[in-house]
Structure formats: structure tokens, C-alpha cells
Design a binder for this molecule. Structure first.
Ligand code: NAG
Ligand code: NAG
Ligand code: NAG
Ligand code: NAG
Ligand code: NAG
Length: 808
């Protein structure tokens, strides 16, 4: 009773029923109690109330037993006829009591006549008729991968209306890789569940997880309810970018243009979205490299932005940092190797250079020192140096990269005065690069060439009777040297001509070599003369050369022929005797004439101009012989007179006339009678004989004197020259004037003979002594007349001066 009442505190009607129960307590005569499971079918027997209360069925029927239910629903009905209680309506324990246990309801059985009141309590027993259920079919969770272990996630618990063992007993989670379940009991008997993270999640491995949570009750059969848990793993920036390669290697040609793509750095970030975005940056990069390379921040492309130079740096190392937005980073190395290209032209530098080199420099004289450079490396930087081949220089390597240009063969400024040296350097690249430099080497002059006369010797004619100062001609000498070394001056060599200094004959203009006559020449005195002209250059020391000059004086017809025989006297009584018996062709006499001119001018011809009897005589045109041309007869006059003209062949010609007396007689008296003047001529003839003897004596004396003088002079000079020779003094050779000429040409001999025979100058007589002067003397026939002796002596006198003239 007590626990029944204690259950009546729920609900309004239960409170009311409790009050009624208390009021009617003393009137209740019995009680019955039944337990039935819930959910019994209608009509199911709850209990035999008649038997249990000890009431007869009759009583029940007669007492009109009935059930009084307080409340709206009547679960149980009374079958009076059988005295049993049956289920009237489905009883749902959960509906009736909820979670209250035990669950029961009560009603009264009332029997009238007498009224009897019985209380019947029916306890409803739970059966497992409910499945645990979750409020949602699916639970979605989002869990960051950064969530640490032991992080708890509370889950909604399932509901099972059944009570007791039929209520939820257990929860299970499947699978249990990542989470464990923890079930906590609440003080109100409820439960709450939590999921505990066992291992951190990794989005990068598994982006979503599917779990099943199962709630099971303890009923028989057991019932369970499930809920799917869908977990989305949220990304956390837990991954640093990773470089595609730890080291990127790239080769870049030196010649690569700007903008060339060198390499692309890539990096992977396993994170998602913004966490996976990677940017690139250069880190710890030299300033130089920064200027050369550009890194695209987003793509990681490395491009060339300036010209690389192998010769400066041949490799670069860049550190590229790949970074995500949260600062996680990886560093990739980029090694850029520059490959050399033959991009540098070798250069030539003149270290020292003499612009001019003396032509007498010895072989091997250094002309220039050059330095060559090529900034390239290896073969591209190996330099070959050469010079053009057609020059007398060669190139030698002295030190590495240094070359000297030296003379290889003798130089001669007079042949080539300057050389263009082309220095060519080329490297061994492919294709090779080369450059060249031109230097001009001047060969400076040395006075190594004497002046040279244009002609080996000069010979020049000049007409006699020239005016003094007349310019005869000019000698010319050239000098192959240069400048002062080639400046030629002319000098007349001192020398004697005919005992006079040569300078009194000619003068030489020292500047231009013009030779002027210093006086008027007379062919009859000097036919030619020789002298030397020295040409001297201005070098130091000077060089000179000598040329022999011969001046030939040319004859002019300035002398008329001179008749030597017969001698013309004012009162000439000289006559040639012709015997009356003379035959045709009898040589009467010979006209002898000379012309001091020469050649044509001295070529004489003889003509008969006038004659007493032109038919009797003729004159030899060439030889001047007068001969009879017919038999002389008695009728011919004794005294005959002929006029002969002697003409030279000059232009114009000059002439002389001579009168020849001829006596045609057999005896001298006969002649005398004709030539009355002959008597006083006797005295004259005596005188003539005297003079002849005198002259001969004088000539003999002179000859001896001459001989003595010559011998003494010769001895003196010989001694003198020996003294000079021994004293080492400069020997001034002395040549007797015209000494050489004695061996010279016939023309010169003419001069000689002429002079020797015509002069009384003793100095000039130290030449050849006169030849016998009578060589060409006309010898008269001794068998002719008595006058012959006298006439012959006369002729000797006349012939003497004339004979050396070689009148022929
Ligand atoms: C990087 O590359 C992208 C794509 O090619 C381009 O649009 C961007 O302009 C580049 N950035 C730089 C700084 O060059
Ligand atoms: C050297 O070169 C110069 C200028 O090019 C030229 O005038 C001269 O004739 C050349 N000399 C020789 C010897 O080739
Ligand atoms: C220099 O010499 C090289 C090789 O001998 C040649 O190819 C080049 O043309 C020369 N250069 C000049 C400027 O002469
Ligand atoms: C050097 O001289 C040569 C021949 O005269 C000529 O071809 C060349 O161009 C010159 N080089 C230079 C650098 O003047
Ligand atoms: C000229 O000089 C040469 C030697 O140089 C000498 O033999 C010759 O005799 C000289 N001639 C004259 C006319 O002086």
C-alpha cells in the first residue's frame, strides 16, 4: 500500500486518486495485485480476480461487479462470468509511466449488495520493445588536423524509452583508429558520450573520416541504434613547402641574351588552398648575382636579366626560398654554371716602340715590345701572335703574353725607308677571334752611301776663244742617303795644269756642280786638260767620290796658214833654178805652209793663182809641189814668177799667198844677169851662214843645260819623296805638269811638241826633249845647182820650228 501511494505523486490525477484512496481506505475490503508485461493483446488474461479475492462468480454476477477507473483510459476489463480480468486496451508501459519504475496502475472493483470495494493494482512489466535511437541520422564534424591528441568531442546520446535493462546499455564506435569513446553517466541517470582523439589527424593522408556510433540496449533480443559520424579534417598549415629538387643545376652560355630562362624552381606544399600556396624568394644572394638573375616570385622561373661574363665569375649559387603564407619554408640551391664562349677579342698593347730604327742596327735589335691579352679562358684565351712575312722583322716571344719584334735581316733605308708592320693576334677559339695593329717603322738614315756621279767620267768640248766665266756644263752627283747625308757639295781638286793651278782654268760651283771657264782658252796653247771634281756629302763623317773631267778645247779657224818656204822677204832674190833641159814633171820647188789650227782648219790646199806662164807650171793641190808641166824651151823667159795661194779648209777659210821666183837658165851667170839683185845678196848669205852656226851652238848649249837640269831635279825629287815617305807625312804626289800627257793622245802631243819647240821656257823643257827638228826637212836635190848648199842651210833654219808640227 505504502509504495503504491508513494508512486502517486506524478500527475494531477494521481494526486486525486491518492486522496480518494485515503478517503475510502477504511471501506476497502481486499486488494489484489497483478503483474503483466506491456503490450499484451486485447483479451489477454490479467488474473483470476474471483479466485484471488475468494469471490464466487455468482456473487460477482449478482453483485454487479464492475471496475471503476479513475482517468480516461481503462486498460483492463472484467469478465464477470469467468471472474477474470482481461486486457482491454494495449498497454504501453512507456506511455503509461515513462521512465518511472515500477510502472503500475490501479482500479477498483466494486460489488453491490453489499457493497464491497476491492482494489486491484496491475504492474506493467517492461519489455524491450524500443530500439535505441539517435536524434539525427548523421553527425557531421569538422576537425582541424592541428587538433592535438586527447581533444574531446561530445556527441549526442541516443534515446531508448525502455527502462532498466532494456534501456541503453552500451555505445560502440567503429572504427576506433583515431577515436575512443568515453561514456559518462549523469546523476540523473542519463549518459553523455565523448569522442577522444587518439592520434592527430592528417588531412594530407585522409581528408574525411566516416565513423559509426552504435548504441545498444540490454533487452532480449538486444536492440541497437546507429548514427554515422562524418568527420571532415580541416587543413592546417602543417606542411612546409618542399623543393622539387634539392639542387638545381643549370648551364648558361656566356653569350645568352637577356631574358633567357635558366631554370625553374618548383616546390610542393602538401597543404591545401592558401596554405599550399608557395612563393619564392632569393636568400643570401650576392649583390652581383641579384643583378644578373631574376626570380619570378610566383612561378619560380629564374631568368637572366643582364649579360653574364665568364671571365668575371664562372659560377653562381643562388639560394631560393620557397615559402608558404605562414612562413614555412624550404630552401633550394640553384647552381648556375657559366660556360665560356669566345667572346673576347685578343688585344694588342704596345709596351714600347721605337718609331725609327737606324739602318745600321745589328740583327736582333728590338723594334717594339707588345703585350697581348685575351680575357677568355682555355683555348679561347690562347693567343697566337704573328706579323706579316714580307718584312725584315720577326716576332719573338719573350715572356708569357709578351712579344718582341726584332730585326731579322739587314736594313737599308735606301731600298725601303719604312715598313708597315701588321701585328696580328688570334685566339684558338672556334671561330677564332683576331685583331691586328699596324705600326710604321721608319728606317733612319746613316751616311752609308757616297755621292755618285751620274757619269763615270765627264768629257766636254768647248770652243776656243770662249768668254771667261762661260758655263761649260755641270757635273752632278746624287747621294742615296737622306737629308744632310745626301747634301752634296762639289769641289775642284787642286792640281796644276801647264804649271798653273787648275782653278785658274775652271771653277766649280759647290752647290750645283756647274763648271765655269775661268779664262778664255786658246786651242793653240792648250787642247785639253783634265782635273778631278770631288763630290762630298754632308754626313759625319762625310763620304766623297771623285770624277775625272776632261775639257777638250775645240779648234776654231782663227789662224791663217803660214808659209814657211819659200821665205818671203821684201826684196826677195831667192829663185829656184830650172835647167832648160828639165823634163816634164820636173820638181821645181815645194811650197811649205803650216796652219797652227788643227784638223780641217789645218788642212791646207795649194793653188796657183798667178803665173808668168801658166802653161809651164802647176802646183800640187795637196802637197804644194811646183812641177813643170811641159818641156822647157829656149823661148821661155828666164825669170818666171808664180803666186801660190795656200788655203785652209776652215769655215770660213783663211788663206795666205806666196810668191815663188823661178829662173829658167842653164848657168848661174845667166841667172845673175836676169836677177840683178843677186850680188848684194852675197853678203846676206855670209851673214846667214854665221847665224846658222850661232843658232846651232845655242841649241846645243841649251840641250846640254836642259839635260843637266832635268837630271838634278829628278834626283832631288827622288830624295825628297823618300824623305816624305819615311816621315809619314801626307804624301802629296807631284806629277810633272803634263807628265801623263806624254803617253796621251796624238793631239796632246801636238801641244807638247808645239810648245817645246816654240818656247824658251826651261821648265817646260823637262818634257821630252825635242825630236830631231829636221825630220821633215825638204831635202833639195844635191845634184841640182850650186846654189843648193846655200839654200839648204836657209831651209834648215826655216824648217826647224815647223817640223814638229808634223806637216805631212
Ligand atoms: C611571373 O610569371 C607570371 C606568369 O608567367 C607572370 O604573369 C608575372 O608577371 C611574372 N612576374 C614577374 C615579376 O615577372
Ligand atoms: C704603310 O701604310 C701607310 C698608310 O696606310 C701607306 O701610306 C704606306 O704607303 C704604307 N707603306 C708601305 C711600305 O706599305
Ligand atoms: C690574323 O691571323 C689569322 C690566322 O692566321 C687570320 O685568320 C686572320 O684573318 C688574321 N687577321 C688579320 C686582321 O689579318
Ligand atoms: C693594317 O694594314 C693592312 C694592310 O695595309 C690593312 O689591311 C689593315 O686594315 C690595317 N689594320 C688596321 C688596324 O689599321
Ligand atoms: C784624279 O784622281 C785619281 C784618283 O782619285 C787620280 O788617279 C788621277 O790622277 C786624278 N786625275 C787628275 C787629273 O788629277
Amino acid at each position: 500500500m505504502g509504495d503504491w501511494c508513494s508512486t502517486g505523486r506524478r500527475g494531477g490525477w494521481q494526486v486525486l486518486f491518492f486522496i480518494l484512496c485515503l478517503c475510502a481506505l477504511d471501506s476497502v475490503t481486499g486488494q489484489a495485485r497483478y503483474t503483466i508485461p506491456e503490450e499484451q493483446a486485447e483479451g489477454s488474461i490479467v488474473g483470476n480476480i474471483g479466485r484471488d479475492l475468494g469471490l464466487e462468480v455468482k456473487r460477482l454476477v449478482s453483485g454487479k461487479a464492475r471496475i471503476i477507473t479513475r482517468g480516461t483510459r481503462q486498460y483492463v476489463d472484467l469478465n464477470r462470468d469467468k471472474g477474470i480480468l482481461v486486457v482491454k486496451e494495449r498497454i504501453d508501459r512507456e506511455e503509461l509511466c515513462g521512465q518511472t519504475t515500477p510502472c503500475s496502475f490501479s482500479f477498483e472493483l466494486i460489488i453491490e449488495n453489499p457493497i464491497q470495494l476491492y482494489r486491484v493494482t496491475v504492474e506493467v512489466r517492461d519489455i524491450n520493445d524500443n530500439t535505441p535511437s539517435f536524434p539525427k541520422e548523421e553527425i557531421s564534424l569538422e576537425i582541424s588536423e592541428s587538433a592535438v591528441s586527447a581533444t574531446r568531442f561530445s556527441l549526442e546520446s541516443a534515446v531508448d524509452p525502455d527502462v532498466g535493462v532494456n534501456g541503453i546499455q552500451n555505445y560502440h564506435l567503429k572504427p576506433t583508429d583515431n577515436f575512443q569513446l568515453e561514456v559518462h553517466s549523469l546523476s540523473n541517470g542519463g549518459k553523455y558520450i565523448e569522442m577522444i582523439l587518439q592520434h592527430p589527424l592528417d588531412r594530407e593522408k585522409q581528408e574525411t573520416l566516416s565513423l559509426v556510433l552504435i548504441a545498444t540496449d540490454g533487452g532480449e533480443p538486444q536492440r541497437s541504434g546507429t548514427v554515422r559520424i562524418h568527420i571532415t579534417v580541416l587543413d592546417a598549415n602543417d606542411n612546409a613547402p618542399v623543393c622539387g629538387q634539392p639542387v638545381y643545376k643549370a648551364d648558361v652560355k656566356e653569350s645568352s641574351p637577356k631574358g633567357t630562362l635558366i631554370t625553374t624552381v618548383s616546390a610542393n606544399d602538401a597543404d591545401k588552398g592558401i596554405n599550399g600556396e608557395v612563393t619564392f624568394a632569393m636568400a643570401h644572394v650576392s649583390k652581383e648575382a641579384k643583378e644578373l638573375f631574376e626570380l619570378n616570385v610566383t612561378t619560380g622561373e629564374i631568368k637572366l636579366v643582364a649579360k653574364v661574363d665568364f671571365e668575371k665569375t664562372n659560377n653562381y649559387q643562388l639560394n631560393v626560398q620557397a615559402k608558404d603564407h605562414w612562413g614555412l619554408a624550404d630552401t633550394c640551391k640553384v647552381v648556375i654554371q657559366i660556360t665560356d664562349e669566345n667572346d673576347n677579342v685578343p688585344t694588342i698593347q704596345l709596351m714600347s716602340f721605337s718609331h725609327s730604327i737606324s739602318e745600321d742596327s745589328p740583327l736582333g735589335t728590338t723594334v717594339a715590345v707588345i703585350n697581348v691579352e685575351d680575357a677568355d679562358s682555355d683555348g679561347n684565351g690562347i693567343v697566337l701572335c704573328s706579323i706579316n712575312a714580307d718584312i725584315p722583322f720577326k716576332i719573338e716571344s719573350s715572356l708569357t703574353d709578351y712579344y718582341t719584334i726584332v730585326t731579322e735581316s739587314p736594313l737599308d733605308r735606301e731600298t725601303v725607308s719604312e715598313y708597315n708592320v701588321t701585328i696580328n693576334v688570334s685566339d684558338e677559339g672556334s671561330p677564332p677571334l683576331s685583331s691586328s695593329k699596324n705600326i710604321t717603322v721608319k728606317v733612319s738614315d746613316v751616311n752609308d752611301n757616297p755621292p755618285k756621279f751620274v757619269q763615270p767620267e765627264y768629257s766636254k768640248s768647248i770652243q776656243e776663244n770662249n768668254s771667261p766665266g762661260f758655263s761649260i756644263f755641270a757635273v752632278r752627283a746624287s747621294d742615296a742617303d737622306w737629308g744632310q747625308n745626301a747634301r752634296v757639295s762639289y769641289f775642284l781638286d787642286d792640281k796644276q795644269v801647264n804649271g798653273l793651278a787648275v782653278s785658274s782654268f775652271v771653277s766649280v760651283n759647290s752647290e750645283n756642280g756647274a763648271i765655269h771657264a775661268a779664262r778664255s782658252f786658246d786651242y793653240e796653247q792648250i787642247k785639253s786638260f783634265d782635273f778631278n771634281v770631288t763630290a762630298r756629302d754632308g754626313g759625319s763623317p762625310p763620304l766623297s767620290s771623285v770624277v775625272a773631267v776632261r775639257i777638250l778645247v775645240q779648234d776654231q779657224n782663227d789662224n791663217a796658214p803660214q808659209v814657211l818656204y819659200p821665205v818671203q822677204t821684201s826684196s826677195s832674190l831667192v829663185a829656184e833654178m830650172v835647167p832648160r833641159s828639165a823634163d816634164v814633171g820636173y820638181l821645181v820647188t815645194k811650197v811649205v805652209a803650216v796652219d797652227v789650227d788643227s784638223g780641217q782648219n789645218a788642212w791646207l790646199s795649194y793653188k796657183l793663182q798667178k803665173a808668168t806662164d801658166r802653161a809651164l807650171f802647176e802646183v800640187g793641190l795637196q802637197n804644194g809641189e811646183i812641177r813643170t808641166i811641159r818641156q822647157v824651151n829656149d823661148k821661155d823667159a828666164v825669170k818666171q814668177r808664180l803666186t801660190v795661194v795656200v788655203e785652209d779648209n776652215g769655215q770660213p777659210s783663211r788663206s795666205a799667198t806666196v810668191n815663188v821666183n823661178v829662173a829658167v837658165a842653164d848657168s848661174f851667170p845667166e841667172v845673175l844677169s836676169e836677177f840683178t839683185d843677186f850680188t848684194h845678196d852675197k853678203e846676206y848669205n855670209d851673214n846667214l851662214t854665221f847665224y846658222l852656226v850661232l843658232a846651232l851652238s845655242v841649241v846645243s848649249f841649251l840641250f846640254i843645260t836642259c839635260l843637266v837640269v832635268i837630271i838634278s831635279v829628278k834626283i832631288y825629287r827622288w830624295r825628297q819623296s823618300r824623305i816624305l815617305y819615311h816621315s809619314n807625312l801626307p804624301v802629296i804626289p807631284y806629277y810633272p805638269p803634263r807628265y801623263a800627257d806624254t803617253l796621251g793622245t796624238g793631239t796632246l802631243q801636238h801641244v807638247y811638241n808645239y810648245e817645246v819647240c816654240r818656247t824658251t821656257d826651261s821648265r817646260k823643257s823637262d818634257c821630252q826633249f825635242p825630236r830631231p827638228c829636221s825630220q821633215n826637212v825638204l831635202i833639195m836635190d844635191p845634184s841640182s845647182t850650186g846654189t843648193m848648199q846655200r839654200m839648204q842651210s836657209e831651209k834648215n833654219i826655216l824648217d826647224e820650228p815647223a817640223s814638229p808640227l808634223e806637216v805631212s
